[in-house]
Each structure stands twice: as C-alpha cells, then as structure tokens.
Ligand binder design. Structure first.
Ligand code: ZN
Length: 303
C-alpha cells in the first residue's frame, strides 16, 4: 500500500489493457516474462492504477530502473513508442532429455518430427550433434489468425493476440475476449503440454479443446462442418513416431492407446510434470474392475 492507500494489486481489466498496449512483453527487451511498473506517476505517488501510467518491464530491465541506471524519461519514451512497434515476445524454454511433448492427450515420448503436414514438420523436437535438444513449432489456429510459434527454444508471442498471460509455468493465449486459443504448460526441462488448441493444417483440424482429448479431423475445405474421417481418441495415445497428415489421409508411428484413460488424470500428471509416470500408466496394462485390460496397441500398416 502506498501513502494514498493504493494497493499493489492491479485490477485484472487494467492489467489486460497494459499487456495489450505493451504487446505482451518488456518494452525494453521484448522478454515475455515481466512485472507491471508504474512510471507515470511512480507507484509511491499514484492515487489509482491508470493503464496509461503502467508499463511492462522484465526483471533485469526493472532492476536497471530501480537502481537508477535507466531514467524514468527513458521509460516514458519507450512506453509511448510501443504503440507503433510489432515486437515478438519471447519466453525461453529449458529443454533436456528425456523430453516429452503432449498435444491434448497425444503424447510423444521421442524426438524427431512429431507432427508433419504434407511432409513438412510443424512440431518437432530435434537433437543437435552436441546432443542439445531443440523444440520447434509453427501452428496456425483454426481461424488462421494467430499462431503458436516456437523457434530456438523460445515461444514467440504474436503481438496481434488479444491477450497473453504467463502465470507460473502456464502460458495462456486469447484470440479474442473470452476465447482462449492455446494453453501451454511448461515442465522444465523435460516436457511441454500444449492444450486447449485447435490447429488448422490444410484440410485437417487438430483439436485438443474437448475435455483435453486429442482428435484430428479431416474436413472438406469448402465446408469445415463436413468431417470426412480422422482420429478421435476418447482416452490417451502414446505415439513413438510422428503423426503425418496429408491431403488424403494420415499415418502414425507405433502407438499405444488407452481408451479409458481419463483426461483429468492425464492433466494432473502432466501438470505435475510426471510425464514418465503418465507414459508408464498408459502403456502398461492396468487391471480394470471387470478384470479386462485397457491397453490396445495400434501399429499402422507398413507401406
Ligand atoms: Zn527487459
């Protein structure tokens, strides 16, 4: 609380306004991890949380300001300049072996291309010669408007998003008010969980929005309502190879599907970063109350 009785808690609506004006990143270095900083007037003098007097600064840049190594006039100038800039905010990922990529309820425990469209990888985890892992993604949302771009192990946040919030290890993105288009949960250094996302790849829609389940629907391009095939997983799939989509159909690596695996359990384990336990539970046979086993292997036909 300051001398005017103003609390540090900024109302949600004001925070959203500041995030949008500052394009979801530190106005000095474009880091996607930031604090809210009152600069006009400084917090000590503020009588209300004015969205035009608050800006975004990352920890390092904020430190420069607090230590007097950067003047308030520079912050004012950088903040006013922001409106004409189109920065791409960065959130750097820490990525190490073993690395698990979870797309809704589709789990990839391996490296290599994970999802390809017409032969081009759109989601991949690759190892360099030195063994360093790199995750890349280039995913277009269902309206073709916003996309999830990961390159050089950094999530690049699109400045045209409606809102993007980084809370703890969770990055949530909105394409318009009340419309989340992706939620990414990071599990450094061993995993990433991409969910609540509908991805458009040509005549395919990959959807993870329905209770966290994975589906890939092939649609007629002139009528997206008309579904002409695809993969619909009621449970969870562990795939030891890429999901390859093209105009006519799809193929998958050797996979294990657990139709009864409930997405609540999957989310709980994925949220806790217990990816290897998750995979063990899905790929290992589990007795059911009726004595039956729930594990089904899918091995795609050899070409
Ligand atoms: Zn910064």
């Amino acid at each position: 609380m300051n001398k005017h009785g103003l609390s540090r808690d900024i109302p949600h609506g004001v925070e959203g306004e500041v995030r949008r004006r500052c394009k979801f990143s530190c106005i000095l270095c474009d880091s996607g991890l930031y604090h809210f900083h009152h600069f006009d007037p400084p917090f000590a003098e503020a009588i209300r949380h004015d969205p035009n007097g608050i800006t975004l600064l990352c920890g390092t840049c904020h430190d420069y300001v607090e230590r007097g190594l950067k003047s308030n006039a520079e912050i004012v100038e950088a903040d006013r300049r922001r409106v004409n800039e189109t920065p791409v905010a960065n959130v750097f990922l820490s990525v190490q072996k073993p690395f698990y990529t979870v797309l809704g309820s589709l789990i990839f425990p391996t490296e290599g291309p994970l999802v390809t469209h017409n032969g081009q990888p759109v989601l991949a985890v690759t190892a360099s010669e030195l063994g360093k892992l790199e995750i890349t993604a280039d995913l277009i949302d269902i309206n073709g408007q916003s996309r999830l771009l990961i390159e050089d192990n950094a999530i690049r946040i699109h400045p045209d998003s409606w809102d993007v919030k980084v809370q703890g290890p969770v990055i949530r993105m909105w394409s318009k008010p009340k419309s989340v288009f992706a939620e990414i949960v990071l599990h450094p250094p061993n995993g990433i969980h991409i969910r609540d996302f509908a991805i458009r790849l040509g005549n395919w829609i990959i959807d993870t929005r329905e209770r966290g389940r994975f589906s890939a629907r092939r649609i007629e391009s002139d009528n997206p309502e008309n579904i002409c095939g695809g993969i619909f997983a009621a449970g969870a799939i562990v795939s030891e190879g890429p999901l390859c989509l093209n105009q006519e159909g799809f193929s998958m690596g050797p996979s294990c599907i657990d139709m009864s695996y409930d997405s609540k359990r999957l989310y709980q384990l994925a949220d806790e970063g217990k990816m290897s336990q998750l995979i063990r539970e899905i790929t290992g046979p589990r007795p059911r109350p009726d004595g039956g086993l729930v594990k089904i292997q899918i091995v795609p036909p050899q070409n």
